[in-house]
Design a protein around this ligand. Structure first.
Ligand SMILES: Cc1cc2nc3c(=O)[nH]c(=O)nc-3n(C[C@H](O)[C@H](O)[C@H](O)COP(=O)(O)O)c2cc1C
Length: 330
């Protein structure tokens, strides 16, 4: 079925195709039932996942299609990145297919309807799979005040999220990645973890898990230091990795020259390496969600073998279509 649909979608500008696909998924969400996967459910940080394959942040930034994505058979969805105020993101075009490389380059720049609308969308959506909310800062917020934006988002989404991911690794918001450096990252996460703990006490419930999403472009020693620091500061896990600014020499598509973050197949070796490193570094003390170039069951298995608890996909859905979910969860 996707074999017929894909050429039609690929004839459209990527962002138009994405909008259409989201509209389709949104409609699918109103249908009863869901694809049943063969995978066994897993428990992680007191959350119950019907399977270990989820949707990566950026696909459903505004949380309009969570029920439809659940119906495709996904075990969880991470919506966002969400910003406190609505913002348009970067000028178009800002999303490019690298078809020969089964990859994408994007410089979306956190286009978001804003956190209030996302909370309203999530409050309305009825789904039994865990939903993570990935939070960020507005473009116009100075880096020195970034913590205010993250705090505002965390407080706003706390009741509608099963877990929250602090995005410190988008390459398309100037300076954002500098927040991964150790003094900045530990101070920010300590502040957010304290807020999370306060919210949990107010609600008389256990604290919801806090994840930090990291870039694949950090030097190994810096990644190790960041991982250790944010976990010590109160995060419960890491999402690795975001898109890369690197351009592997194997890339064949002319769109490789576009600026922005590269995702999809060429990112897989870097992502796998990062997951292996992180698991060795952090031991069994924290959760690891692997993302980056996963497009078949063998890739997902390699990530689990390297120490991932869960995996997420985005780019492969564009190239493989919804049948990917069943193959990854078989
Ligand atoms: C168009 C696009 C938009 C994205 N937006 C976000 C985002 O808002 N927040 C985020 O944390 N990651 C974002 N990502 C990164 C993905 O979540 C993921 O980390 C990356 O694409 C690697 O996974 P993949 O190779 O399976 O696509 C985006 C990726 C793409 C392709």
């Amino acid at each position: 079925m996707y074999g017929l649909l894909r050429p039609l979608l690929f004839a459209l500008p990527p962002e138009t195709a994405h909008r259409l696909a989201l509209a389709g998924l949104r409609t699918l969400g109103f249908w009863p039932g869901a694809v049943q996967t063969a995978a066994a459910p897993v428990e992680l940080l007191a959350m119950r996942f019907p399977n270990r394959v989820g949707v990566a942040a950026g696909l459903d930034k505004d949380a309009v299609a969570v029920a439809g994505l659940a119906r495709l058979g996904f075990g969880f969805v991470e919506v966002g990145t969400v910003t406190p105020q609505p913002q348009a993101g970067s000028p178009k075009p800002r999303l490019f297919r690298l078809t020969e490389d089964r990859a994408l380059v994007n410089r979306m720049g956190f286009n978001s309807v804003g956190v209030d609308k996302v909370v309203a969308n999530l409050s309305r959506s009825r789904t039994r799979i865990p939903v993570g909310v990935n939070i960020g800062k507005n473009q116009h917020t100075p880096l020195a005040s970034a913590a205010d934006d993250y705090r505002a988002c965390l407080a706003a989404v706390y009741d509608v999220a099963d877990y929250v991911t602090v995005n410190l690794s988008s390459p398309n918001t100037p300076g954002l990645r500098s927040l991964q450096a150790v003094p900045a990252a530990s101070a920010l996460i300590a502040e957010l973890a304290a807020l999370r703990d306060r919210l949990a006490i107010e609600r008389g419930a256990t604290a919801k898990p806090l994840f930090v999403k990291v870039a694949p472009d950090l030097a190994s020693a810096d990644l190790d230091a960041t991982a250790t620091a944010v976990l010590e500061a109160g995060a419960n896990g890491l999402v690795a990795v975001n898109t890369t600014l690197m351009r592997p020499s194997t890339l064949a598509s002319k769109n490789a020259a576009e600026s922005g973050g590269l995702s999809g197949k060429p990112l897989f070796p870097l992502a796998l390496d990062t997951i292996g490193r992180l698991r060795k570094r952090i031991g069994d003390s924290a959760a690891l969600i692997a993302v980056g170039g996963i497009d078949c069951a063998a890739d997902a298995q390699a990530m689990f073998n390297a120490g991932a608890d869960l995996v997420q996909v985005y780019s492969a859905l564009v190239y493989e279509g919804p049948g990917l979910v069943r193959r990854l969860t078989a």
